[in-house]
Design a protein around this ligand. Structure first.
Ligand code: CA
Length: 234
């Protein structure tokens, strides 16, 4: 999907936290979605009523109308747009309440981008709105985004969730250079406060598992980060 493609799914994000707004705007935009931001509940509710979206990401705690309220009112009006509720609360009662109000799914903050995108894809796919191919291939390396199976030259490879998320990100965007900060943001989540060296450690494990010997698929771009280059141009 291309970011400028007007047929790309449109996502309405109703969220008041600037950090998360930026995280979602950048990340979802890069994934090819059209993103519309509503920084408060009232604006979000009005936009959802006026326009059609393929999916709504709805924060629970908002300054004016809260997420429960918006969800309930949209459903009461017959609006069936899929809704993913963002909640900072770990309270099971809140999740159940959100689903009772008509949300389709919820995700608890802090969340990783990968986790959110997986939920978005699943919901859009259910609506028949996600034409994404499920098997990504680069040379003899194959990754199935649904079954989470990875293989190289037909040999099955077992990855940890973090390694899988890294590889899927690289395979979705061949040749793109990712800085360590971007990888931390995308794979570990916007609230990750640890050392960026953790990226190098996981990349090193990932390379070992996919037998990535020089000339490598996952190349180190010195002083910048990493990029996956298909073998024929490595
Ligand atoms: Ca909030």
């Amino acid at each position: 999907m291309n970011a400028k493609d007007s047929t790309a799914p449109r996502i309405l994000v109703i969220e008041d936290e600037p950090t998360i707004i930026e995280f979602l705007r950048t990340g979802l935009g890069y994934e090819g979605y059209q993103v519309v931001i509503a920084p408060d509940g009232r604006t979000g509710f009005d936009l959802a009523n006026r326009e059609t979206y393929d999916l709504i990401i709805l924060d629970l705690m908002l300054p004016d109308m809260d997420g429960f309220d918006i969800c309930r009112k949209l459903r009461a009006r017959g609006d069936e747009t899929p809704i993913i509720m963002l909640t900072a609360r770990r309270d099971i009662a809140d999740r159940v309440a959100g689903l009772d109000m008509g949300a389709d799914d919820y995700i608890t903050k802090p969340f990783s981008f990968d986790e959110l995108v997986a939920r978005i894809r699943a919901l859009l796919r259910r609506q028949g709105k996600h034409p994404e191919q499920t098997v990504l291939r680069i040379g003899d390396l194959a990754l199935n985004t649904e079954t989470r199976e990875v293989s190289r030259a037909g040999e099955s490879i077992t990855l940890t969730p973090t390694e899988f998320a890294l590889l899927a990100l690289f395979m979705r965007h061949p040749r793109r250079v990712f800085t360590r900060e971007t990888l931390l943001n995308r794979v570990w989540g916007y609230d990750y406060a640890g050392d960026a060296n953790v990226v190098d450690v996981h990349i090193s494990h990932l390379r070992e598992k996919i037998h990535d010997k020089p000339p490598r698929l996952i190349q180190t771009i010195y002083g910048v980060g990493y990029a996956l280059h298909p073998e024929d141009e490595a």
